[in-house]
Each structure stands twice: as C-alpha cells, then as structure tokens.
Design a protein around this ligand. Sequence first.
Ligand code: COA
Length: 221
Amino acid sequence: MEKMPYRPELETQVVWQPTTTEVISTDWRRQLPILAGDQVVLREMRTSDAASLFSMLTTEEVARFISPPPSTVEGFERFIAWTQRQRAAGSYTCFAVTLKGFDTAIGIFQVRESEPGFKTAEWGFAIGSPFWGTGVFQEGAELVLQFVFDTLGVHRLEARAAVRNGRGTGALQKLGAVREGVLRKSFLRNGEYLDQALYAIVDEDWRASREVESLCPTTVH
Ligand SMILES: CC(C)(COP(=O)(O)OP(=O)(O)OC[C@H]1O[C@@H](n2cnc3c(N)ncnc32)[C@H](O)[C@@H]1OP(=O)(O)O)[C@@H](O)C(=O)NCCC(=O)NCCS
C-alpha cells in the first residue's frame, strides 16, 4: 500500500496508452469480475462505497503505515472515480472488500502494473480494523492472488510494508511472500522516513504452494 499510485493531481493526466503488443485479457478493463469466497465477496468499487470506506480506512490504526487516504467522503468519491479510469486504462485494479450477504465496502485491494503488460505488479491492501484477525484478509488475498496470476498474468507481485507494520508484514508472510530486503528510510509518513521491507510472490512459487495445499489440505474436518 505504501507506494500505491493515487494522488489527487493525477486526476488531470491522460493515462490510457494502448499498445499493439498487449496480450492480457481485456474483459476486466471493462468491469472487474466478482470474486467470491466463503465469507468474502470482492467487486468493483462504486461511488456509494465512499462513506463506508472513509469510516473504515481513515482511522489511526489503519492509516498509520500507509499512504494517507483521502480525508473526506468526497475525496473517496474522487479516488473511486480515479480507480475506475485506471482500470479502464488497463494499468490498475482496485477491488472493494465486502462480506457475503452484505454489500458494504469494508476495505480494498489494489494492484498496479510496475511495467507495461502487468508482468511485474505491486499490490496494497487495507481492511477496517473491526475485521482484522477474522480471516477476511486471508480469504480476500487468496482471491486476489488467483486473479493476479491467472487473469492478469503477473509473473512477480511485489509489496512494500513498513518494517514496523507488524500486522502488514505478518499478513504478507502468511501468504508466502518472501522478504527480499529493506528499503531504508524509503517511506515518508507523518514527517518521519520509515524503513520498508520489500516482499514478493512469484507465480511459480504461488502455483507450487497451491499444489501442495491441494495434496495436503491444512483444514481439519
Ligand atoms: C494488513 C491487513 C489488511 C491485514 O489484515 P489482518 O486481518 O490484520 O491480517 P491477519 O490477522 O490475517 O494476519 C496478520 C498476521 O500478522 C501477525 N502479526 C505479526 N506481528 C504482529 C503485530 N506486531 N501485531 C499484530 N499482529 C501481528 C498476526 O498475528 C497475524 O498472524 P496469525 O493469523 O498467524 O496470528 C490489516 O491489518 C490492515 O488493513 N492494516 C492497515 C493497513 C495496512 O497496514 N496495509 C498495508 C499492509 S502492507
């Protein structure tokens, strides 16, 4: 989340630069698919999500290690409109996290391409703190990883997390993200430069871990 690309000044820039060499599926550019798990449904963001996302993502505990979220409901509305334009441009996706049976947005997963064609990408996420430790993140993240590797065709998915962000780094490690190094003093937050850890998941590792999981499921019935 720390290096995700939204900034209000980007709203005036033209971002769509289609090329003839694009090979990725284009359907998601028109409308994101709905990704449904047992308790979580991920879907396209809507303007009407602004109020709930404002209340979920602007609290101190959620926002302290991420790029400052919009500070008003109207700011979230502009952010949501921006996510839709970026998705249509084919360089970025942002899913709203909802609970099955309730359509209220309680968090987001963002993925942006780091190079044209989405071979390398970066993701970020934030969930309202009432839902931390409930499994919502884990299930949502697994749905996003499948979308990233199978639909977007990403080869390497990176994340940056403040080293002090225990929940963020813990959540990434649980997903199998490998900590590759520390980007010293790379993230300015509240007037202080924080160290960030660089994490990555590569597609073959993700596929191998899914095979192991299907052969040796960890769930005990
Ligand atoms: C990051 C985030 C989405 C993860 O969701 P979550 O529900 O808190 O994640 P989980 O509980 O599934 O996993 C966090 C893990 O970190 C562990 N952890 C490690 N260090 C921790 C610490 N200092 N404090 C709390 N938990 C810690 C938890 O115990 C948990 O592992 P476990 O399930 O094995 O016990 C959520 O915490 C969030 O929105 N944080 C604010 C936004 C943010 O920091 N996003 C950027 C992340 S790079």
